[in-house]
Design a protein around this ligand. Structure first.
Ligand SMILES: Nc1nc2c(ncn2[C@@H]2O[C@H](COP(=O)(O)OP(=O)(O)O)[C@@H](O)[C@H]2O)c(=O)[nH]1
Ligand SMILES: [Mg+2]
Length: 210
């Protein structure tokens, strides 16, 4: 995967991924961490959002990924319908240090489903670097909804690359009308949990800088 140039027409596929979650949970930090090697945020202030473009390779195909990040509107606990429009996957984030941001997942999820009843959504527990013991805790929202769940840290990079790679693949497989990859991710994460109760960051060692 590489940073994107101005060759959009060469892409085989194009997907839109949206970030959701309360203010200050680390949404922007996560996207920036993922795109650390060359992202070009485009501030679209009229729409209160930041758009990041990224070129990924999925199954030998070039995929243009538009990552949409909120820019303040999430403070009102709701996003404009255009934010959801034609999204192919959602990265929903909470802060393990602030319980209220976990509780609010329910209302974010409800709003997401009003606009996009079917798209893949992953649940992200951010800021585990603040206290790694939180990875022993149960956050059952994802399990209850049947969604993939990731313990991550935008600060030290743990699981960030894995999370976005999975989200991109989920978006592509959704766009191509396939549920296969969702099953694969769920199976893989189940085993992942069994094998290593706790945090594993082997997938994204290369993104660690601290
Ligand atoms: N300790 C810690 N702080 C983080 C992490 N991610 C974000 N932050 C901090 O949380 C605050 C909000 O981050 P930001 O990305 O702006 O949140 P957003 O409002 O959801 O986009 C900032 O001060 C970040 O430095 C993390 O993984 N660990
Ligand atoms: Mg932000």
């Amino acid at each position: 995967m590489a940073a994107m140039e101005a060759d959009e027409c060469e892409a085989d596929e194009r997907v839109k991924i949206i970030c959701l979650g309360d203010s200050a949970v680390g949404k922007s930090k996560l996207v920036e961490r993922f795109l650390i090697d060359g992202y070009q945020p485009q501030q679209l202030s009229t729409y209160a959002l930041t758009l990041y473009k990224y070129k990924a390779t999925v199954d030998d195909k070039t995929v243009l990924v538009d990552i949409w990040d909120t820019a303040g509107q999430e403070r009102f606990n709701s996003m404009h319908p255009s934010y959801y429009h034609k999204a192919h996957a959602c990265v929903m984030v909470f802060d393990v240090q602030r319980k209220i941001t976990y509780k609010n997942l329910a209302s974010w999820y409800k709003e997401l489903r009003e606009y996009r009843p079917e798209i893949p959504c992953v649940i992200v527990a951010n800021k585990i670097d603040a206290d790694y013991k939180v990875t022993q805790k149960n956050f059952n929202f994802a399990k209850k909804q049947g969604l993939p769940f990731y313990f991550v840290s935008a600060a030290d990079g743990t699981n960030v690359v894995k999370l976005f790679r999975d989200a991109i693949k989920l978006a592509v497989s959704y766009k191509q009308n396939s549920k296969d990859f969702m099953d694969e991710v769920m199976r893989e994460l189940e085993n992942f949990e069994l094998e290593s109760k706790g945090v594993s960051s082997e997938e994204d060692d290369n993104s660690k800088s601290k």
